[in-house]
Design a protein around this ligand. Structure first.
Ligand SMILES: [Zn+2]
Length: 304
């Protein structure tokens, strides 16, 4: 059988934008873009969107009615943590936990600007205190503990506050015997600005999840674009069930980093949901519109 050989795939052929763990704040991958100057992250403006998946110009309202999914190609755009909660939980049922936890700057870290200043700017821009939102609510009348990370806040990276909020979420889910849902949208992995304090969050959340598991809890991890670095390497991969949104970028180091390190061409579609499903890393690809029903179904099936 003869095959026409195509030019080897490069990292830029990836269907979703790449993101490097620990990279400084960059626009969230897959976020809607409008014509003209790029809008601020998490603050979409304008009537029309250009789809990052198919390049079509889409009426914003139409995409929003489809939970920020392209009506033509099914591309899943970025959605903020607050919007995720709204899309997933029954209206008016969300009760936030640990809203008073705020990030500190224990190392006096600075890169392009001091971390303390960066935190304030990110809080102002996103309306979040840090990159995670946690609490409880109902999914089709089933009570759950629910956490979401938001890639627009310093790449959704996990510092002390994200780790602490998620750990407390897991502990409350354990105590209350609640099904646990964590939706990951973290392109940044462990947050470099907090050094070792960020790194220890991976072990902390994972240990809480181990205790939750021993207590018989059901943890559904939902991976969205992007889920990278220390987030992918800890709680996001520890679900009893791991769901992923279509065409999400999921991995540890970004494809460019891996390619530059091992100097071989990466397989086509490397680090996408579809590739990871094929290789057994995730359990199911769930389009955003089906997520709520799928989670409710799994909870029932598992006797939650
Ligand atoms: Zn599209």
């Amino acid at each position: 059988m003869e095959r026409t050989r195509k030019a080897p795939a490069t990292a830029t052929d990836s269907p979703v934008p790449t993101a490097l763990p620990g990279a400084p704040a960059k626009p969230a991958a897959g976020e809607p873009t409008t014509r003209g100057p790029r809008p601020k992250r998490g603050v979409p403006e304008g009537l029309w969107l250009k789809c990052d998946g198919c390049g079509a110009t889409i009426y914003r309202k139409e995409a929003e009615d489809l939970l920020n999914v392209c009506p033509q190609c099914g591309f899943h755009w970025y959605v903020s943590a607050a919007k995720r909660i709204e899309q997933l939980l029954d209206a008016g049922t969300f009760e936030e936990w640990d809203a008073d936890l705020k990030p500190a700057d224990p190392l006096g870290f600075r890169d392009k600007k001091p971390y303390a200043e960066r935190i304030v700017a990110e809080q102002k821009r996103t309306g979040l205190k840090d990159a995670a939102l946690t609490g409880t609510g109902m999914i089709r009348a089933r009570r759950v503990a629910c956490g979401v990370t938001d890639s627009s806040f310093i790449m959704g990276s996990m510092g002390s506050v994200v780790g602490e909020r998620l750990t407390r979420l897991v502990e409350r889910a354990t105590a209350g015997k609640l099904p646990l849902i964590i939706i990951s949208a973290s392109g940044g992995g462990a947050r470099m600005h907090e050094g070792i304090l960020s790194l220890m969050q991976m072990a902390k959340v994972s240990a809480a999840l181990a205790r939750y598991s021993q207590a018989g809890g059901l943890f559904i991890s939902v991976l969205t674009n992007p889920t990278m670095g220390g987030v992918a390497a800890s709680f996001a991969s520890l679900g009893d069930l791991c769901f992923a949104e279509p065409r999400a970028l999921i991995g540890f180091a970004g494809p460019r980093t891996i390619k530059a390190t091992i100097r071989v061409e990466l397989p086509k579609g490397f680090q996408t949901s579809e590739f990871l499903l094929e290789h057994g890393f995730i359990d199911r690809i769930v389009p955003r519109k089906d997520l709520k029903s799928e989670i409710a179904r799994v909870i029932d099936y598992c006797g939650g």
